[in-house]
Design a protein around this ligand. Structure first.
Ligand SMILES: *Cc1c(COP(=O)(O)O)cnc(C)c1O
Length: 378
C-alpha cells in the first residue's frame, strides 16, 4: 500500500494554533469572562508590547492593514491635489488608501532583485505636489530605507511604511515601521503575525500624530461623545488582541523559521534557470533582515510549474499577476501613465511557493523536486 503525500497549502494556520492552543484558549476565555470587548485591557497591553518590540513610542491598534494605511494618510492631512509615490508591485490596498483620501498615486518602478521601490525612480518622480513616499516592504524584504530617508528629508516628505508583509523585518538594525513617519501593519490571518480575523496597527514616534491616529480610529473623538473631526470605526478587536499577545513573543522564531524555509528552497533550486529571491538585501543597500512573508521567484515556466505542483496537490500562487498601474480601479485615480517595465515583467514571471514557519524540510524537498521536474531541460 503506497501512502499518498499530504496536500500542501500556501500557509498552514492550524499547526501554529495547535502549538499555542492552551495559551490562546485561556486568553480568549479570559476576554469572554471580562466582557470588555472593545478597546479593553488586551488591546492596550498589545499596543504597549508592540510599541516596545517595534521600537516606537506609539502603536495604535486598528481594524485591518488597509485602515492602518488610510488612518496614516488622514493623520498626515494628505488629500486632494497631493501626490503619494508608491510601488505598483504590491497588493491593491496600498493604492486604495491613497484613493480613499482623494490623493493621487504616483507609481515608480521596482528594483529587479529586491522587488522594492527603485530609489532613483522615487527621486525622478518627486514634484511640488508630492507629500509622501509609501514604500512597501514587499514579501518581507525591507526597502533600502537610508536613501529614501535622505530624499524625504531633502524634499520634506512624509514616509508611510507599508509593513503589512514585514512584521519583524529589520533595516539597518531598525524594525520596519519604526523608520518612516508612520508604520502600517496588518494582522490578517496569513501575515507573519496573524490574528484569527482582521486586525491592524499604526506605529509612530510622534505624539501629535499618535493623538490624531487614535481620534480617527474612534469616530474622531478624544473624549467620549465630543467629536472634533469625522472619524471612523476602526478598532482592533479585543479578542484578536488577546490572540496576538500570545503570538508576539514567538515572532522572532516564526521569522527565523521562514528564513530557514527560504534558504532551503534557494539551496535546492539554485542550479535551475529561475531568478531566486535574495536572502538579504544587496550589499549596495542598507543591511537588512527580511521576514519572508512570501517566497517568490521569477521564471519563464510559470504555467508548467504551477500545473505540476497542482497535480501533486501542492499549492502555489502568483503575487501579483497585474501591477497596480494596470488595474482598472487604480487607473481611474492616476493622472499620468507611469513607465514601470520591471513591475510588468515581474508580474508576468513571478510565482510563490508555500512558506510558513512550520513547513518541514522534507516537504520543501518534495516541492523543490516537483519544480525541478516541471522545468524543461533544453
Ligand atoms: C495584506 C496587505 C495589506 C492590507 O492588509 P489588510 O489587513 O488585509 O487590510 C496592505 N498592504 C499589503 C502590502 C498587504 O500585503
Amino acid at each position: 500500500m503506497s501512502s499518498v503525500p499530504a496536500a500542501v497549502p500556501m500557509v498552514d494556520l492550524r499547526q501554529q494554533y495547535h502549538d499555542l492552543k492552551p495559551d490562546i484558549d485561556n486568553s480568549l476565555a479570559d476576554v469572554l469572562e471580562q466582557t470588555q470587548f472593545i478597546l479593553g485591557s488586551n488591546v492596550q497591553a498589545f499596543e504597549a508590547e508592540c510599541a516596545n518590540y517595534i521600537g516606537v513610542k506609539h502603536a495604535i491598534g486598528c481594524a485591518n492593514g488597509t485602515d492602518a494605511l488610510h488612518l496614516a494618510l488622514l493623520a498626515l492631512h494628505i488629500g486632494p491635489g497631493d501626490e503619494v509615490i508608491t510601488t505598483p508591485f504590491t497588493f491593491i490596498a496600498t493604492a486604495e488608501a491613497i484613493a480613499y483620501v482623494g490623493a493621487t498615486p504616483v507609481f515608480v518602478d521596482i528594483n529587479p532583485d529586491t522587488y522594492n521601490l527603485s530609489v532613483d525612480g522615487i527621486n525622478a518622480a518627486i514634484t511640488s505636489r508630492t507629500k509622501a513616499i509609501m514604500p512597501v516592504h514587499i514579501f518581507g524584504m525591507p526597502c533600502d530605507m537610508t536613501p529614501i530617508l535622505a530624499l524625504a528629508k531633502k524634499h520634506q516628505l512624509h514616509i508611510v511604511e507599508d509593513c503589512a508583509q514585514s512584521f519583524g523585518a529589520t533595516s539597518n538594525h531598525q524594525q520596519t515601521g519604526s523608520i518612516g513617519t508612520i508604520g502600517c501593519f496588518s494582522f490578517f490571518p496569513s501575515k507573519n503575525l496573524g490574528a484569527f480575523g482582521d486586525g491592524g496597527m499604526v506605529t509612530t514616534q510622534d505624539d501629535g500624530l499618535a493623538e490624531k491616529l487614535k481620534m480617527y480610529r474612534a469616530h474622531g473623538s478624544k473624549e467620549r461623545y465630543i467629536h472634533s473631526v469625522i472619524g471612523y470605526n476602526s478598532r482592533l478587536d479585543e479578542m484578536q488582541a488577546a490572540i496576538l499577545r500570545q503570538k508576539l513573543p514567538h515572532i522572532e522564531r516564526f521569522n527565523a523559521e521562514r528564513r530557514r524555509v527560504a534558504a532551503h528552497y534557494n539551496e535546492l533550486l539554485s542550479d535551475l534557470p529561475i531568478q531566486l529571491p535574495l536572502l538579504q538585501a544587496p550589499s549596495s543597500e542598507t543591511p537588512s533582515v527580511p521576514a519572508f512573508h512570501q517566497y517568490t521567484f521569477l521564471t519563464d515556466h510559470r504555467e508548467a510549474i504551477q500545473a505540476a505542483l497542482s497535480a501533486e496537490h501542492i499549492a502555489s500562487a502568483v503575487y501579483y499577476p497585474i501591477p497596480l498601474h494596470k488595474q482598472v480601479a487604480i487607473q481611474n485615480e492616476m493622472t499620468s501613465t507611469p513607465a514601470c517595465p520591471v513591475s510588468e515583467q515581474h508580474s508576468a514571471r513571478c510565482m510563490s511557493l508555500p512558506i510558513y514557519p512550520e513547513l518541514p524540510n522534507e516537504t520543501i524537498e518534495r516541492i523543490a523536486s516537483v519544480v525541478r521536474r516541471a522545468i524543461p531541460n533544453d
